[in-house]
Design a protein around this ligand. Sequence first.
Ligand code: C2E
Ligand code: SIN
Ligand code: SIN
Ligand code: SIN
Ligand code: FE
Ligand code: FE
Length: 391
Amino acid sequence: MHDYYDEFDSTGTFRRELTPDEMLKLIFEYVAKISNEKQVDNLLVLMADLGRQLVVADRCTLWLLDDAKGELWTKVAHGIPPIRIPATAGIVGHAITDREPIILNDAYADPRFNQEVDRKTGYRTRNILALPIHNNDGEVIGAYQAINKMTEAAAFSPKDLEYIALAASYSGKALESAILYQEIEDTQREIIFTMSEVGESRSKETGNHVKRVAEYSRVLAQGIGLPDREVEILCLASPMHDIGKIGIPDAVLKKPGKLTEEEFEIMKTHASLGYEMLKNSRRPILRAAAIVAGEHHEKYNGRGYPHGTKGEEIHIYGRITAIADVFDALGSDRCYKSAWPLDRILNLFREERGQHFDPHLTDVFFDRLEEIVAIRDKFSDIFTKETAPEA
Ligand code: C2E
Ligand code: SIN
Ligand code: SIN
Ligand code: SIN
Ligand code: FE
Ligand code: FE
């Protein structure tokens, strides 16, 4: 990759700081690359490169925190496996633990520096700069680390720290969405695993029902102005609202007629069962799914289950999924009922505004009805494999 300062380095002696013009050009160049990059690994390489050139360091690494393993990991180049170190290791570990940047210009004089690494590699670390980086929620997600200033000063300055912080703020958002993207893939794998373990025979409502509920949830979440990330998360989580039905016996779940009171009590446990299944995950999507599973049968007037939670004490994800789920259930054939025509469904929604359903969300539902009906038609059950007419 083209280096801004290489051309001033022909004598092999000191490099010089970038001029403001060069710095601006460098940042523009990288902002373009970074915002087009969706792969976390590639972003790490790009951001490290940007940091290295900005502060005229010999090396620069962007470490990401893997909380579950208590490790930092990075990717230094394409085709080389990720490197992992304990999250508390070295100067960068201290910066993360203390949530403070560190500049060390005489590494060997600091007891926190582990000289072992240099002994192994033959490299001589003089200066280290480490800066924790945060996501939008203020949580530390990793750290920048720059090693050995290559100018005559041979020391990092507070100005360098500012430049690195600038690089982090330019690329932080791209990095976060790439991490989210990767997390979505990880989560989907996790879910598919869970579902396939249980077997797909349990519930007939999976296929298009979950797609519709996801899309209705998206429309409602956008309609009340939830932030994009939350809309995305809810959209991925809401299909799991009935995952607790996995724990309901067939005799109840698949009963063709009306449930007895006793059977309905059993049925109602699917909310808590789902919550219990999902509550221990640390992935935001599955955490959201736990909320949705636990609260999608709560009612705005406090007469729902499992807890009888009321009004805005019901999580917004629960209130949204309640509308999405009931709208879909009423419009579909079930083993115990036939699909209702749209006007009957809408009448019920008018009656249940402020009763079963959040009144504000009900208004959003009616405002966006056209969109919602379009989703219903697009993911209609009529042309599924089993029922599609022979060609
Ligand atoms: P589901 O079939 O996905 O229905 C979700 C929710 O949609 C229901 O939650 C209810 O709020 C609404 N809903 C569905 N069908 C009707 C209906 O015909 N009239 C009205 N007013 N609302 C309806 P709910 O009642 O808490 O039920 C939860 C789950 O329990 C249902 O999920 C279904 O799996 C099961 N279930 C409920 N009633 C019966 C029944 O009579 N027979 C059988 N076999 N299962 C039932
Ligand atoms: C990871 O665990 O690899 C990072 C994704 C996360 O934030 O959980
Ligand atoms: C990678 O995607 O390069 C590694 C991710 C990880 O190990 O957490
Ligand atoms: C549960 O505890 O079973 C559901 C979670 C909730 O409603 O808060
Ligand atoms: Fe349910
Ligand atoms: Fe459902």
